[in-house]
Design a protein around this ligand. Structure first.
Ligand code: ATP
Length: 366
């Protein structure tokens, strides 16, 4: 076992004419990791996958896979396989021919191809009766399973997935999300998965990479990205949140001091790791909706604010509220099940949150 990254991307730039699609992307991925690439439309996710797969040449920078520099290595000779959003199954080939195609290209013996196709069929939980069917005689989910089987048959070191589940209906998507997770666990292959679905990214990935405008803003474990976002863009992109304006007034070894006029008694001290290292002066206090609770008029909380409830939405087992504060903020609050007293629209309430749930991030971009 090597401790070197399976994928090592250093300072990749990709220009299309005068348009800079990637502006210095560096990313190091460990063997067997599941990385989710997320970011707004046009931020460069697919472009990054294409550079890794070798479908395009980067303008500058280096990409190494398993310790080998990929400069000049054509796509077909890279230890990668890419699954696209739009299925690229060959319509005139049967399922068996589609799955076996990458091995046929490599001139593997027909007997060996047939046995590998059967292995892939079992792996993807596809029935043998599908082998002689053409793609048009399969459901969308079955077609996507065939595409995954085809991408895995040549035992790639890196599986690159470009929104493979986005065209599927919600129920089927859930099933295939679990299959992807199972596949990843059982094969130990490294996955780089582009998705617009943040829940999917949270559920599947070991680490999430948030991109914006050709750059990586943050790479971290799902809970870090969610609770400790690098900047206000990541905080808002990765889910609903509350960002209270605060002033970081000082730092000492092990602690950080803040003050704010956005809520009550708003001067305080937090452990240093409750604030991003680059948060100083004008900053933002990130508190996710589910970390704010209703408190009684006499209850104490580390931080508290009065607010008037303006909206209530019920979403499955959770209730989401909007509440307006006298300081002019519209807060989002989410309450699970019946764990707390319900709040009514128009009601004046008192809300509180704990210091342990606070994360302070810079007010500007990371
Ligand atoms: P989406 O989530 O919408 O799929 P993305 O993050 O995958 O977006 P890319 O497909 O990587 O975005 O595109 C990044 C930017 O580069 C876009 O603005 C796109 O228009 C541009 N781009 C991509 N391919 C080309 C090309 N061949 N020529 C010119 N511009 C391109």
């Amino acid at each position: 076992m090597t401790s070197a990254p399976i994928l090592d991307i250093r300072d990749i730039h990709k220009d299309y004419g005068t348009y800079q699609a990637l502006k210095g992307v560096s990313l190091s991925v460990r063997q067997g990791e599941f990385i989710a690439l997320v970011g707004p439309s046009g931020c460069g996710k697919t472009t990054l996958l294409k550079q890794i797969a070798g479908f395009e040449d980067a303008t500058s920078g280096t990409i190494s896979i398993d310790g080998r520099d990929m400069a000049g290595v054509p796509a077909a000779q890279r230890p990668t396989s890419m699954v696209f959003q739009k299925l690229a199954l060959f319509p005139h080939m049967t399922v068996a021919e589609n799955i076996g195609f990458p091995l046929k290209l490599r001139k593997v013996a027909p007997g060996e191809i047939a046995s590998r196709v059967n292995e892939m069929l079992t792996l993807m939980e596809l029935k043998p009766i599908y082998l002689d069917r053409f793609p048009r005689a399969l459901s969308g989910g079955e077609q996507q399973r065939v595409a995954l089987a085809r991408s895995m048959i040549s035992s790639p070191k890196l599986l690159l997935l470009d929104e493979p589940l986005s065209a599927l209906d919600v129920k089927l998507k859930k099933v295939l999300q679990s299959e992807l997770k199972r596949l990843h666990r059982s094969l130990g292959v490294t996955f780089v998965h582009v998705t617009h679905d943040l829940e999917e990214a949270m559920m599947l990935a070991d680490r999430i990479c948030v991109m914006r405008a050709g750059r990586i803003l943050q790479l971290g474990e799902p809970s870090d990205i969610y609770y400790r976002p690098a900047d206000a863009f990541v905080a808002g992109f990765i889910g609903e949140t509350n960002l209270f304006p605060v002033e970081v007034t000082g730092r000492k070894v092990g602690s950080v001091h803040y003050s704010s006029t956005a809520f009550e008694d708003a001067t305080g001290t937090l452990p240093a790791d409750a604030a991003a290292e680059n948060a100083s002066g004008a900053a933002l206090m990130n508190v996710r909706p589910e970390l704010i609770r209703r408190i009684g008029p006499k209850d104490t909380a580390d931080c508290a604010v009065n607010a008037k409830v303006t909206e209530v939405f019920t979403k499955g087992g959770t209730v989401q509220y909007r509440a307006h504060t006298p300081q002019g903020m519209d807060l989002a609050i989410e309450i699970q099940g019946t764990s707390q007293l319900p709040m009514q629209v128009g009601e004046n309430v008192r809300l509180g949150w704990s210091k342990k749930d606070i994360w302070i991030l810079p007010a500007g971009e990371a």
